[in-house]
Design a protein around this ligand. Structure first.
Ligand code: ADP
Ligand code: MG
Length: 832
């Protein structure tokens, strides 16, 4: 059967749980229990270190170990959050730089990894450890992420899971997961329960306020400080210990690994002080002389060092409550989550504010998020296909519609850089090593122990050989009344009808969605925490002023920062403003969120339906979109002006590229390297422009100024004209471009004067524009022909210079006729 792991992929610690016989259980990676530090490192000879091993390596070489990578997930290097996180990481860690797509790259040894790849290494290790410990394969996962993670960060988390070999069933918000582990939101609860989740971890502090009813989670508010956590307490205590050490021995000179040793001792002492009132701190050897640090620290001393920051968490908690227009007494329960919430001072302070009876400390704060993720795996009724988004049955191995796999792909590990990749990948994405020959390891299945009689059965047995009891795990929750392990997705026991511990929570938007307005600011259309699918489209009125041919851009961004472009882009709808749509109109934007997270936008102008668009939220980096918009604009201008001159084959190729660009401008991922698409589009347009100009020149020179140029040049022009036509009919841009180059070099050789004469004569031979100018040019042209025929060089030169003067008027006349520039317009706020 398909088994699902629940994974709390934490900033400092990751914890894994599974559903054993209908009840969540932590899978410890170490015999001491607990989680796996979220750290990855490389030894001096490039051996892979994950978890505690990697943390231990910090003392040896901090540049080869990366921790707290979660802060970088799914973000651009320039993102303020990334810059803050880098500031916090200090200078002794690995080199972190901007990647070619604007993302983040982390250097370990010779290799550069993305945060997704580092997370995939951690997840793959967690998967393998769990499989070894439990003796069965896990090919699906529910992975948790903070409530403030936006779509990009969620997608990055999914991608890391996929690379690690999982089908990611769901990325679940951490506070929701914690609530599930605490059994909040049972099928039998009639009233909504309001819970405050206080999550103080290693590096982050998150507060969330949720209301839960069966099947429903509403996020009323999120807050916190994502640079505050247990490591700050370690630093304070380490600083204190360092001070004692310096005061005790004036001769002490620190060695490079000392600080890491003292910090580690400080963390151990801090943890001990949650259970004891005093503890011994021992760290050695320190300094060149091999000193021993040995101190007794009291809880009171620690509290004095950290109380400021704990009070700060309480203040942030209260301001989140107030921000949701609630009072502390409106909270029904306060869930304590995260390793640092074990600290007694935290509990005392929260008890003072909320009342001790509301604090829930019955589920282990370090593991409850992972436990909730395992519970969630029992609540899903169907899987969403990662390919076509169709709903698929839980027991399907692949989507019945589009055949996309619904169980993780077996993965291999690159032997040089250790990054995981699906079996069958050609080149390693990090180090280009050839992975094609590698086969994935598959776990050896272990016997199934019968729950009734403890008999060991074959791994694939469905019922017990000895007592005949059913061995298949229902995959859902266990009924507390009759002990039946139900099918997944049920809220009530299928045998005795008793309520099951929890019901499936709904999906909500993690962050608000807004539209970019004409002054560049963001106007929120959909608030954070909106449940989807939305029952009714959400409508907002704006104004828009446009000329015919202008493009109306409805750019939706996720976030609440100003200006709009600072937020992640969800998608863009583009509308060409027709004759009837021009002028100043009331613009109504109606937004509807689909079950599969798609956004549907409908536009009305002065109340009349105008157009509609739908798009999936995506991961497009703003810089790429800007570049795509620029290239797309040039394509449009070129096509508007010259489409009538293109061959059918050229028209097809150009159109395909223009459409691909438009999809990128709308925010869709292009399905291939964006860099290559933009580069190819750029080259294509430049070539087409050259080919078109060269074609025109190859006609006009022989037609208008054959007598004024060497015969071989006019013959060459005629030859090129034919060759260009052939190339253009086949849309052979490469060859056409070469010929165009030759035409251009003849043009350069013939000089600017002849070019202007040719152009002016060509202009005068066409009807329709400025008859007077046309006549003057034609007269000068006739004089020129006559002078050349008579061999009168002086008159010929005079006629030529008359024509080049007239050419300036031609240019002005042409400018007046050129197409008006197309503008991009945005919605404007209504003035009331
Ligand atoms: P994260 O969610 O950021 O990965 P965790 O919830 O796993 O973090 O918490 C890790 C932090 O909790 C570390 O700073 C660790 O020192 C701290 N911690 C763990 N156990 C205790 C304890 N008993 N008392 C105080 N702090 C603890
Ligand atoms: Mg956590």
């Amino acid at each position: 059967m398909r088994r699902t792991l629940g994974i709390d992929l934490g900033t400092t610690n990751s914890v894994v749980a599974w559903l054993k016989g209908g009840e969540p259980e932590v899978v410890s990676s170490s015999p001491e229990g607990g989680g796996t530090p979220s750290a990855v490192g490389l030894t001096a000879d490039d051996g892979l270190l994950v978890g505690q091993e990697a943390l231990n390596w910090v003392e040896r070489d901090a540049t080869r170990v990366i921790t707290t990578v979660k802060r970088l997930m799914g973000r651009q290097f320039k993102d303020e959050k990334v810059q803050q996180a880098l500031g916090r990481m200090g200078d002794d860690g690995p080199d972190i730089t901007e990647g070619p797509d604007g993302g983040v790259l982390i250097r370990l040894g010779e290799h550069r990894y993305t945060p997704v790849q580092i997370s995939a290494i951690i997840l793959r290790r967690l998967k393998r450890d769990a499989e070894t410990r439990l003796g069965s394969g896990f090919d699906r996962a529910v992975i948790t992420a903070p409530a403030y993670f936006g779509e990009r960060q969620i997608a990055a988390t999914r991608e890391a899971g996929r690379l690690a070999g999982f089908h990611v069933v769901r990325v679940l918000a951490e506070p929701t997961s914690a609530a599930l582990a605490h059994g909040v939101g049972r099928a039998g609860d009639e009233d909504a329960t309001t819970v405050l989740v206080y999550d103080l971890g290693g590096g982050t502090f998150d507060v969330s306020i949720l209301t839960l009813m069966p099947g429903v989670v509403d996020v009323l508010g999120v807050g916190g400080d994502n640079l505050l956590g247990g490591t700050d307490f370690d630093s304070s205590l380490a600083g204190h210990l360092q001070g004692l050490l310096d005061a005790r021995d004036a001769a002490y000179e620190a060695l490079p690994g000392d600080a890491a040793k003292i910090r580690k001792a400080a963390e151990r002492a801090k943890i001990n002080l949650s259970a004891e009132s005093s503890t011994e701190v021992i760290a050695s050897p320190l300094g060149a002389s091999g000193m021993v640090l040995s101190e007794t620290v009291d809880r009171k001393e620690l509290e004095a060092l950290i109380s400021d920051r704990i009070e700060q968490t309480v203040r942030l908690t209260l301001s989140t409550v107030a921000g949701a227009s609630l009072r502390p007494e409106d909270m029904d329960q306060v869930l304590l989550v995260g390793g640092s919430s074990v600290i007694p001072l935290v509990r005392e302070q929260l008890a003072e504010v909320f009342g001790r009876e509301k604090l829930r400390t019955d589920v282990d704060p370090m593991t409850c998020v992972a436990l909730g993720a395992a519970v969630q795996s029992a609540l899903v009724e169907e899987l969403e296909c990662p390919g076509c988004r169709a709903a698929c049955p839980l027991d399907a191995d692949a989507c019945p519609g589009c055949t996309a796999p619904l169980m993780g792909a077996p993965t291999v590990e690159c032997p040089t850089c250790h990054v995981p990749a699906p079996e069958g990948t050609g080149e390693c994405p990090v180090c280009a090593f050839d992975l094609s020959g590698l086969a994935a390891e598959r776990p050896t299945p272990s016997p199934v122990v019968c729950g009734e009689c403890a008999e060991e059965n074959a791994p694939d047995a469905l019922e017990c050989d000895l007592c005949g009891a059913e061995l298949r795990d229902g995959g859902g929750l266990k009924c507390a009344k009759c002990s039946l392990v139900n099918r997944p997705g049920l809220a009530w026991c299928s045998y005795c009808d008793a309520e099951l511990p929890v019901a499936a929570p709904s999906d909500v938007t993690p962050r608000p969605i807004g539209v970019r307005t004409s002054d560049g600011t963001l106007e929120i259309l959909i608030e954070a925490g909106t449940r989807y699918p939305t029952e009714q489209p959400v409508r907002h009125d704006f104004q828009v002023t446009a000329n015919p041919g202008d493009m109306l851009e409805i750019a939706l961004h996720e976030g609440d920062l100003q200006p709009a472009e600072r937020n992640d882009l969800c998608g863009v709808a583009l509308y060409e403003m027709t004759e009837g749509a021009a002028g100043t109109k009331v613009l109504t934007i109606a937004v509807h969120l689909d079950q599969d997270r798609s956004i549907h936008v409908e536009i009305r102008l002065d109340g009349a339906a105008f157009s509609a668009a739908a798009f999936r939220r995506n991961l497009m980096a703003p810089e790429f979109r800007r570049r795509a918009r620029e290239v797309h604009g040039r394509f449009q201008t070129f096509l508007a002006e010259w489409r009538h001159e293109l061959t059918r084959a050229e028209d097809t190729v150009l159109n395909e590229t223009a459409n691909a660009l438009e999809r990128v401008v709308r925010g869709e991922a292009p399905g291939r390297s964006l860099d290559t698409l933009l580069e190819e589009a750029d080259v294509l347009l430049v070539r087409q422009q050259n080919i078109r100009s060269a074609s025109a020149l190859s006609y006009r020179y022989p037609e208008h100024v054959a007598d004024l140029m060497p015969q071989e040049d006019s013959e060459a022009m005629r030859r090129h004209r034919t060759a260009l036509r052939v190339a253009r009919e086949a849309a052979d841009f490469e060859h056409g471009h070469k010929i165009a180059d030759e035409v251009m070099s003849i043009r350069r050789r013939l000089g600017t004067d002849l070019f202007q004469v040719m152009n002016a004569l060509s202009f005068a031979s066409h009807n329709g524009v400025n008859a007077a100018l046309q006549q003057r040019i034609q007269r000068a042209g006739d004089q020129l022909t006559e002078a050349v025929r008579q061999g009168d060089l002086a008159s010929a030169d005079a006629a030529k210079s008359r024509i080049t003067d007239l050419y300036q008027d031609v240019r002005r006349a042409l400018d007046e006729f050129s197409l008006p520039e197309r503008k991009t317009v945005h919605p404007r706020r209504m003035v009331h």
